[in-house]
Design a protein around this ligand. Structure first.
Ligand SMILES: *[C@@H]1O[C@H](CO)[C@@H](O)[C@H](O)[C@H]1NC(C)=O
Ligand SMILES: *[C@@H]1O[C@H](CO)[C@@H](O)[C@H](O)[C@H]1NC(C)=O
Ligand SMILES: *[C@@H]1O[C@H](CO)[C@@H](O)[C@H](O)[C@H]1NC(C)=O
Ligand SMILES: *[C@@H]1O[C@H](CO)[C@@H](O)[C@H](O)[C@H]1NC(C)=O
Ligand SMILES: *[C@@H]1O[C@H](CO)[C@@H](O)[C@H](O)[C@H]1NC(C)=O
Ligand SMILES: *[C@@H]1O[C@H](CO)[C@@H](O)[C@H](O)[C@H]1NC(C)=O
Length: 422
């Protein structure tokens, strides 16, 4: 992989000698002033002491950037600065014999970096980097105006824990925005004040102008949402307990507690800067567990609670990035009432459905269990009804009786015959 630092060292060399030669009997100027770029945006100026300085002189060097910014008087023969190299940066160096700003400084010598090559309109714009939960950094940007839509972007990054410049691989696209994220975790003995992340966005084909960006690690930190552990009412307060995202100290975060009430519909936000029930009987006082007592919440209505967090000025520089809202949690009587109402409506429906099904199923059984009741009217009708029918009935009966009688006669006759023969 090509090391981009080399490339930028090349075009970062430009000598422009400036300053006036108006002072008589001044110190001779410094020699061999040069500038180089290390990493992505670390600019280093070095020079040699002036030739022919007075032997009694304790040499000091006065340095400043264009427009006399960041003036410094020091004995070292170098000065460095982390600076996004999107435009040329010039350092002016002079020598003098004491630590105070001399009345007779030497001629100032100036050396500038070169601005990046390419059409300024092709550089990416609106670059923004966010350090998510101290786990990874995601930078997003918009394409420059003079860029083809199939530009193949690359992002290089460097920070002091890395030996060399790294290339970001994890690209994403959200609408117009292009993004790339890379792992960035907090290291042991990590102190934010010292560390910046240097970023350069360019393209594979080297058609667009590179864009440099420096992210201070104490800023642009977006924590993960907190996790609500418990909600309960006690002494007229709604107690909310939640857990910090790991890696964050409680004192380094500020919170908002949102409570939405269903009846009447209200929406309240409470700002929490510190653990408010630290000495309460519930405070387990575990690091990373925060508690807040919300006043004026009625337990007989449904309340929906959410929490979000952001870094604060105690530990971080930037305090504008809120985390996402946590998962919502509910508390209050209304939840039970709703359940009762649901049961009240659903139970009869279920019971009715069950009965109907049972009835349909039992339609046949019914016939078996309760046979059809004989109709007495029909019997009476048969007994005292139509006379013609009746005569027929009786005649039939007559014949039947006669036949039985005849048969009996025959049997008696046969019996008699048997007796006679014995
Ligand atoms: C300036 O640099 C050149 C080459 O690196 C060296 O020969 C010369 O001695 C240097 N001048 C001073 C004053 O150090
Ligand atoms: C330098 O200092 C020495 C003694 O410390 C002194 O004798 C000499 O005059 C001084 N030279 C100048 C140019 O000030
Ligand atoms: C530097 O300036 C301060 C006041 O600005 C003065 O008190 C001090 O003596 C000066 N030091 C030298 C070495 O001239
Ligand atoms: C980006 O890469 C693709 C595939 O490698 C190539 O077709 C395209 O031309 C590249 N874009 C530019 C602007 O060169
Ligand atoms: C925050 O919300 C956005 C949008 O809903 C989602 O894409 C993202 O993953 C969430 N981040 C976290 C840490 O949950
Ligand atoms: C609470 O109410 C506000 C304002 O009506 C709304 O924006 C928010 O989404 C509600 N929260 C929940 C968890 O529904």
């Amino acid at each position: 992989m090509e090391r981009p630092g080399k490339l930028f060292g090349l075009w970062a060399l430009l000598l422009c000698v400036g300053g006036g030669a108006a002072y008589p009997e001044t110190q001779p100027p410094v020699t061999n002033l040069s500038v180089s770029v290390e990493n992505l945006c670390t600019v280093i100026w070095t020079w040699n002491p002036p030739e022919g300085a007075s032997p009694n002189c304790s040499l000091r060097y006065i340095t400043h950037f264009s427009n006399k910014q960041d003036k410094k008087i020091a004995p070292e023969t170098h000065r460095s600065m982390e600076v996004p190299l999107n435009e040329k940066i010039c350092l002016q160096v002079g020598s003098q014999c004491d630590s105070n700003e001399s009345e007779n400084p030497s001629i100032l010598v100036e050396k500038c970096t070169l601005p990046p090559i390419g059409d300024p309109e092709s550089a990416v714009t609106e670059i923004q980097c966010i350090w998510h939960n101290l786990n990874y950094m995601k930078c997003t940007w918009l394409p420059g105006r003079n860029t083809s839509s199939d530009t193949n972007y690359t992002l290089f990054y460097w920070h002091s824990s890395l030996r060399k410049i790294h290339k970001c691989e994890n690209f994403s696209r959200e609408g117009e925005h292009i993004g790339c994220s890379f792992a960035l975790t907090m290291l042991e003995d990590f102190s934010f004040e010292q560390y910046n992340v240097q970023i350069m966005v360019t393209d594979k084909e080297k058609k667009i102008r590179p864009f440099f960006h420096i992210v201070h690690l104490a800023s642009h930190v977006k924590p993960d949402p907190p996790r609500i552990k418990s909600l309960f009412f006690h002494n007229g307060y709604l107690h909310v307990q939640w857990e910090n995202p790991p890696k964050f100290l409680s004192r380094c975060l500020s919170y908002q507690v949102e409570v939405n009430n269903s009846q009447p519909v209200t929406h309240s936000i409470f700002s929490v800067d510190e653990d408010k029930c630290q000495n309460s009987e519930f405070g387990e006082n575990m690091e990373g567990t925060i508690c807040f007592m919300v006043p004026g919440i009625l337990p007989d209505t449904l309340n929906t609670v959410r929490i979000r967090a952001k870094t604060n000025k105690l530990c971080y520089e930037d305090d504008k990035l809120w985390s996402n809202w946590s998962q919502a949690m509910h508390i209050g009587e209304n939840a039970k009432t709703t359940l009762y109402i649901t049961m009240l409506f659903i139970l009869p429906v279920i019971v009715a459905a069950a009965i109907i099904i049972l009835l349909l199923y039992l339609k046949r059984l019914k016939i078996i269990i309760f046979p059809p009741i004989p109709d007495p009217g029909k019997i009476f009708k048969e007994m005292f009804g139509d006379q013609n029918d009746d005569t027929l009935h009786w005649k039939r009966y007559d014949i039947y009786e006669k036949q039985t009688k005849e048969e009996t006669d025959v049997v008696v006759l046969i019996e008699n015959l048997k007796k006679a023969s014995q």
